[in-house]
Write a protein that binds this ligand. Sequence first.
Ligand code: ADP
Ligand code: MG
Length: 722
Amino acid sequence: MNGAKKLKENIKITVDTPVSMLPGCGRIRAERLSVLGIKNVIQLLRHFPRGYQNRGDVKSITETPLGENASFVLTVTTAAVAVRLRGGKTLIKCKAFDGSKSCTIVFFNRTYMRDVLKTDCTYRFWGKLLMGKNGYELYPVSVEPVTERKELRNYIPVYPLTAGITQTILSSMISYVLSVLSEEDIQDILPEKVRENLGVCGMLEAFRCLHMPDSVDMIERGRSRFIAEELFVFACSVSMTRVGRRTLEGIKLDAGKSRLYDFTEALPFTLTHAQAKVISEIRRDMINGSSPMARLVSGDVGSGKTVCAQAAAFIAVRNGFQCAMMVPTEILARQHYRDFCGLFGRLGIECGFLSGSLSVSERRTVYQGLKDGSLSFVVGTHALLSEGVTFSNLGLVITDEQHRFGVMQRATLAQKGRREPHVLVMSATPIPRTLALIMYGDLDISVIDELPPGRKQVDTLVINESHRKRMYGFIAEQVRSGKQIYIVCPAIETQEAEEKEDDFLYFGFEKNPEKLPKLKSAVEYENMIRTEIFPEFKTAFLHGRMNGREKDGVMRAFCAGDIDILVSTTVIEVGVNVPNATVMVVENAERFGLSQLHQLRGRVGRGADKSYCILVSDAKGENARKRLEIMRTVSDGYKIAQYDLEMRGPGDFIATSSGSARQHGELKFRIAGLCTDTLMLSKAFETAEQIVTDDPRLENPENSALRKAIGEYEALSVASLN
Ligand code: ADP
Ligand code: MG
């Protein structure tokens, strides 16, 4: 035992050292830590606080709002006594004084506090002050002795936890590691030149800033370094693709075989001018062939982007090439599959579908068809990237809602062609032009700037709890007239809803956060809707933890009109198309990004009927009210995206389709995205371009940590799609 401990203390700690080798970390603790994704030292350091307690902001008893966590420096005036309660619980109580007022300190079940607290000694308490029968009562969650020997830290990090891992355990492990690591032990992902360009500090310093800050400035310094890092890694992966593509030759398609008469004949509607223009740009790229097409189709929600993808696929197939379309979710893949089957069926083109949920034999059939060329079109999830997928002559790769895919996934799919295929990217979210230029700088951009005719504007209402009854009445009316309803909630389970309650924090990574109303738990809420509110209607529940087949079953039933009310988390956010749905209710609307709300709103108003988006929120904060007011009054997705960019920074656009990172299993930036600035993003892209131009494969030793980080980022974005 002793020997093991000694060994532990003697080893040289590096960023790769397993946490189990750290002093005081046994096997069980190491296992608990792995639940948080912490296996080695670097992962421990990258376990960032979700906020800080400002214990330096000491309050007096009289000025503190009751029921909120705050910091108090108090002198204990009476010996602590134990009070036994019925049921075996024990209270430890004593009196304390802050120079103006007294209160009773109360601990539950912490008998040892009786020996810790000494009369006439002064302590710093962090906890909630309440008004009891006999005056003020303080319920501390932490106690620190105030002595001259040791200065108390003002900002205490608050970490995401799991069972068996406390704040104290994490803080002490992290501060140990920070005390033994030196600059040489950490190879910085950002080479020095990059740090200079971006104006950020080194990695070790940044860890110190975030984990052991002395001031808000330090926290900011640490944050901005990691924001820069995330954006820069992303920017490099984009730049590497861009630089790589310049040298390639494209597949030249035959102009005659690329005519679209048959295609437009088979459509159930006439193309809008904007669609026709975009499709002709795509066609021109594909028959030009001097380099592969690399085009982004951008358009507001409901502008009809899918038909552009269909036209491109049609051109490829008529020229004897295969087309693969990759989308981020199974729901969307299946929906596209159905859409394509309908249209392509009329044109005599067979369609394949591929996702992780297919059986082995189903999968094999698709693999075979793609390999021998008998299957010329396939739509699927990232399952298309698996090794088993080979094409006989892949000519076109389409990615829908692309920014959930890393740029490299697109490249991985493209590499499955014998020659460099054409690439078409469909963007889900309207992206402000400035940002699009930066993010998709390697792509030509086509914009569908017109909605199909006959679209009625979706009426947006912002309501609070007091209107809930009326809202349910309205929903019932709509269902009775044959319409369908979406209700979206932000969280999945009660536990998760509680975790998100941040009343414990002085501030998260936002300064002066507004107090947000409690989250609705989707599980309980759905239960209530089904059993109490609308027992006479058919309701269903859709959430991210269901598997592909389950989700598809629910979506299919909803599309077929077999479900009246679909309660869901944001899994339905992107791309889903059910024209008979006329009402979108968003609960806790204050929790969503504007672009995300716009996406959700875009799920209704897709048919001929008048549609409504009801944003339910009890948020009182000025910021939240302002954001909801924008939603109520602005319907142009590009304008909304611009507001979103200004108010929340670009993180949401890059990391996920529109801020749905809160959903399970989706890629998110760990630190960028809450609030950050466009300036850093453009600097990151400029610098990435320089670095990658000088060293296209990042082979210089000073870039090796960077190259590894890009690889990990790409791997993560694949894994997160599973
Ligand atoms: P998004 O741009 O959001 O992906 P979709 O491609 O899903 O939009 O199209 C939205 C709806 O509009 C679909 O039901 C589609 O059939 C319909 N649509 C697309 N283009 C036209 C058009 N030119 N005229 C009428 N309806 C159209
Ligand atoms: Mg779409």
